[in-house]
Design a protein. Structure first.
Length: 628
């Protein structure tokens, strides 16, 4: 969600630009000035993108979407948007991309309708060709409905069952050709040091409409990846079976994998549960296995933000951000928020479970991605391509998107992942994901550093080499601190605005902890605010930052806010006897939501979109954990 267009970005003052230039060199990014081994570069990318190899993308009316288009768009090339047929180009190229197509029936739809005999002469193939033979959007959508119901073992007019689909279109070597073609495309676009492609897929378990999907990717090359076929929910819908497959494949091939649960806000209380998928209580073995594989979670994407929910965090005035509650059930019910659906609640639940079983199963970092179903990773507010065919253009966003009763404007333009890595290569990026030195951005390229320890002080805020001080005195985001030795936990954090985006409103730290009875709590502290505002004795800002957005033009100015916020902070309520987590949330000043820009373009009242005219884009760091 880039906050402003090129015209608006030029309104940053020369003073702001000079400040940012100095900040990049001396504190946050440190890309060239330090001769050290710690990560000096932040890279931005999308870990969750789909092409026409995903059966739903193909059948939702975007059959011409390809991995090649996705990679070229992310690299900054001008492409033809498969959903609109018009030219699109990203405002700022990405550094890396994972095209993670659904492993279920991967690539079989385009090959089926091209007449490949291996697929078309099966029972399921013949039925689906007859239903979708004309190739119209209506017919392809009917095919999708048949597949969706059949995969769920529900009655459907084609009289197909999950076993039919599995045998006819999925099992054996049915997906081999598509997988190898995808790998070849991914390899051809990988440019180490410049643009990184990672081979991956999506395991799409959806029991009773609950989103338990996981994105899986590997740093290994195509030669290794061609030795396996991606595990899918048609093999099993139980996450523990996925982890076992990863164990087996890793041991057999020496391959590494990153597994990211995505979009937990639609999990219907199942993503971060207190019981296993089979109903048994979570134990230490489960927790260890889960944390071995699933070290981060997707905290924001097009289908809503999953950091927090106002019903679960009622004292957080910023929790109601891009809230999306339309479940993936056929009837599109409105999902009631559950503690298992949101990351902050999951982090708290993890502390509670650790107090009972000795291991924290939800010690996760935070990432962001798009979940684009067109291949176009476009989430700038002034350049939003929507999720799929049904919401790709402003003039059709008032219509249903295909997810229950939701409309196009219900989607959010988000997000990307920021990765602190030593270089832009598969190996270095995956190493950063494994140590959780990653963070979520709802779109803007905001730089964020976060360190925890016991010796940070106010002098560190002005250090010429802030990152060097951070690594010397503590651990970065995703790390652990312990052994307080009579000292309170202290933190060093810095955020710098997107060079082409909006100024910053504030930087906050979100703290969660368990009391002596094992019950979790949370509290938010404003660490730094822009302008002349003050922070009260309770650690909260006394007033809002203001709003410069012109609702008639959709433009704003950077006459409020700050280009950078840096702070060293000591927890005033630190209790060395209880476990806790801390993460940074930093907010931009208000900027126009894409729905306002759509309304202006369409000549309608922005209130008719049923969404706010402005939003405050943000970043979330991965947490730092204190263990007593």
């Amino acid at each position: 969600m880039q906050a402003c267009d090129k015209q608006n970005s030029s309104e940053s003052t020369a003073k702001d630009n000079a400040t940012m230039s100095t900040s990049v060199e001396n504190s946050v990014s440190n890309k060239e000035s330090l001769n050290t081994k710690f990560p000096q570069n932040v890279y931005f990318g999308d870990t969750h993108n789909h092409s026409g190899n995903s059966f739903d993308v193909y059948l939702f009316g975007t059959p011409n979407s390809t991995p090649d288009i996705a990679y070229r768009y992310a690299k900054g090339e001008q492409v033809i948007n498969p959903a609109t047929g018009t030219e699109w180009q990203i405002n700022t190229p990405l550094d890396f991309l994972v095209v993670a197509d659904h492993s279920e029936l991967m690539g079989t739809m385009p090959r089926l309708y091209a007449g490949e005999k291996l697929l078309s002469e099966t029972k399921s193939g013949k039925v689906l060709i007859e239903i979708g033979g004309s190739g119209t959007e209506e017919d392809l959508l009917q095919v999708y409905n048949v597949l969706n119901y059949a995969a769920s073992n529900l009655p459907n007019e084609a009289n197909l069952a999950a076993k039919d689909l599995y045998t006819d279109l999925h099992s054996g070597n049915k997906r081999q050709l598509s997988w190898e073609q995808y790998i070849d495309a991914t390899e051809s676009h990988n440019e180490p040091g410049k643009f990184t492609t990672l081979i991956g897929w999506e395991w799409s378990s959806t029991p009773n409409g609950a989103n338990l999907h996981r994105v899986v990717f590997t740093p290994q090359n195509g030669e290794v990846a061609k030795k396996f076929i991606p595990y899918s929910s048609l093999e099993s819908i139980d996450p523990e079976d996925l982890w076992q497959w990863l164990d087996n494949t890793s041991e057999k091939l020496g391959a590494d994998f990153v597994v990211i649960p995505h979009n937990p806000n639609l999990s219907l209380g199942m993503m971060f549960p207190i019981t296993k998928f089979n109903g048994e209580a979570i134990d230490a073995d489960y927790a260890k296995k889960r944390m071995y594989w699933e070290r981060s979670v997707e905290a924001t994407q097009i289908k809503g933000d999953s950091e927090a929910h106002p019903a679960l965090s009622p004292n957080d005035e910023f929790a109601d951000f891009e809230t999306y509650s339309f479940a993936l059930t056929p009837d599109g019910i409105i999902a009631k928020p559950d503690k298992a659906d949101y990351v902050r609640s999951a982090l708290k639940r993890g502390l509670e479970l650790k107090s009972k079983i000795g291991v924290n199963p939800y010690k996760v970092g935070m990432v962001g991605s798009t979940d684009s179903h067109t291949g176009i990773a476009a989430v700038e507010e002034n350049n939003f391509a929507g999720k799929g065919q049904h919401d790709a253009k402003p003039e059709i966003r008032s219509h249903a998107t295909g997810i229950g009763s939701s409309k196009g404007w219900d989607m959010g333009a988000a997000g990307y992942t920021g990765v602190w890595a030593t270089e832009n290569t598969r190996e270095a990026l995956v190493a950063a994901f494994q140590r959780k030195e990653v963070y979520t951005t709802t779109g803007p390229r905001i730089s964020l550093r976060f360190f925890g320890g016991f010796d940070f002080n106010k002098k560190d805020e002005n250090a010429k080499n802030l990152a060097a001080i951070g690594y010397q005195k503590g651990v970065p985001m995703g790390g652990d601190i312990s052994n307080a030795q009579g000292k309170a936990a202290s933190f060093l954090a810095a955020v710098m605005k997107d060079p082409n985006g909006a100024n910053l409103d504030r930087m906050q730290i979100v703290k969660g902890w368990v009391d002596s009875d094992g019950n979790a709590h949370e509290r938010i502290y404003d660490l730094a605010v822009s302008g002349s505002r003050t922070i009260n004795i309770d650690g909260r800002a006394m007033e809002a930052v203001g709003n410069t957005v012109d609702l008639t033009t959709g433009k704003y100015t950077n006459t409020i806010g700050s280009a950078q916020l840096t702070v060293a902070w000591v927890d005033p309520d630190f209790d060395a006897s209880v476990d806790a987590f801390y993460y940074i949330r930093a907010l931009e000043i208000p900027t126009p939501r894409y729905s306002l820009l759509d309304a202006i373009k369409l000549g309608i009242n922005w209130q008719d979109t049923n969404h706010p005219a402005t939003i405050q884009e943000r970043v979330y760091s991965s947490p730092i954990w204190y263990t007593h």
